[in-house]
Ligand binder design. Structure first.
Ligand code: NAD
Length: 293
């Protein structure tokens, strides 16, 4: 079995790494937050002091980091992956990051004789814990085949989309659909609330019809419970819509509703709510209609 390096042990990375440990892989783990490392460190998850050490001690290095600058820091920074990784190793970035950064990382690793994959995920912390993530992969056939046993531990719907970067393009499409669906659910449930009709019963009714969605199901429940603990942070989804709008600008596309959802998230961040779950978008929709907590 390959030794797996895992960098970024947050809401997603921690349960993904735990599932690899349960599948009896040996891990070398690192996060800039020491408590995140301590929580997972064990006989089969050796704590490393840097990304460099992770790369030196593993055959496969997985990253699950917040944003493009974080992946750049981990790969290119002092004590970074690029310095320690050996030719013949495999690098898998499962973070959601800018296409340009993903390709820059791919090219730098190729020069070192290291294959890499962009493999962002969907399914949230629930899917990460259950090992049922949807994994969207860009890179060579050979690298995909090598990574597949690991993906099968972390996910269920695993699709090799195409060339390097294709995974990130897919994830961007995913984030547009998710953001606009949250906005639709938020507007619908705000209408229901202001009408004085029972939101729980409306959710039940809608879940059996054409308006059914995982967002209405899981986030509808969060909204009912007023539970906006992340989950997926508003600030990270805002980052993803920024990636979508950047790609749209480069391709000459006009994504009006994506831009509006990004502005809504911008407003929530400005109000100090960037750390809340993205289902909290309803707070802004409600506030615009004069509904407060
Ligand atoms: P998170 O903020 O909970 O975790 C990220 C972890 O990376 C943190 O523990 C942080 O300390 C660590 N980190 C940051 N910079 C680092 C560095 N330089 N070196 C080492 N560790 C570093 O974020 P998350 O929710 O786990 O998301 C991770 C990625 O997965 C993001 O790109 C996000 O968009 C994507 N994603 C998240 C979800 C979700 O539901 N949370 C779902 C799908 C995809």
């Amino acid at each position: 079995m390959e030794t797996i390096g895992f960098i970024g042990l947050g809401i997603m990375g921690s349960p993904m790494a735990q599932n690899l440990i349960k599948a009896r892989y040996t891990l070398v783990v690192y996060d800039i937050i020491k408590e995140c490392v301590n929580e997972i460190a064990s006989a089969r998850a050796m704590a490393a002091a840097s990304a460099l050490e992770v790369a030196e001690k593993s055959n496969v290095v997985i990253t699950m980091l917040p944003d493009s600058p974080d992946v750049e820091a981990v790969v290119f920074g002092n004590n970074g992956v690029l310095t320690g990784i050996r030719p013949g190793s495999l690098f898998i970035d499962m973070s959601t990051i800018a296409l340009a950064t993903s390709k820059k990382v791919y090219n730098a690793l190729q020069e070192k004789g290291v294959e890499s994959l962009d493999a962002p995920v969907s399914g949230g912390d629930v899917g990460a814990k259950a090992g049922t993530l949807s994994i969207m992969v860009g890179g060579s056939d050979e690298a995909f085949k090598r990574a597949l046993p690991l993906f099968e531990v972390m996910g269920k719907n695993i699709v090799h989309i195409g060339d390097p970067g294709a995974g990130q393009v897919t994830k961007t499409a995913n984030q547009i659909v998710v953001a606009l669906t949250i906005q639709a659910v938020a507007e619908a449930l705000t209408l229901v609330k202001k009408s004085g009709v029972d939101i729980a019963r409306v959710r039940d009714a809608l879940l059996g019809g054409f308006a059914q969605s995982r967002i209405l199901d899981l986030h509808g429940q969060r909204i009912l419970e007023r539970n906006f603990k992340p989950g997926f942070k508003i600030k990270l989804h805002h980052k993803d819509l920024g990636i979508a709008l950047q790609i749209a600008r480069e391709l000459g596309l006009s994504l009006n509703n994506t831009a509006q959802a990004a502005e809504f998230m911008n407003a929530l961040i400005a109000q100090g709510k960037g750390e809340l779950d993205h289902s909290s978008l309803i707070l802004l929709v409600e506030a615009l209609s004069g509904l407060t907590e």
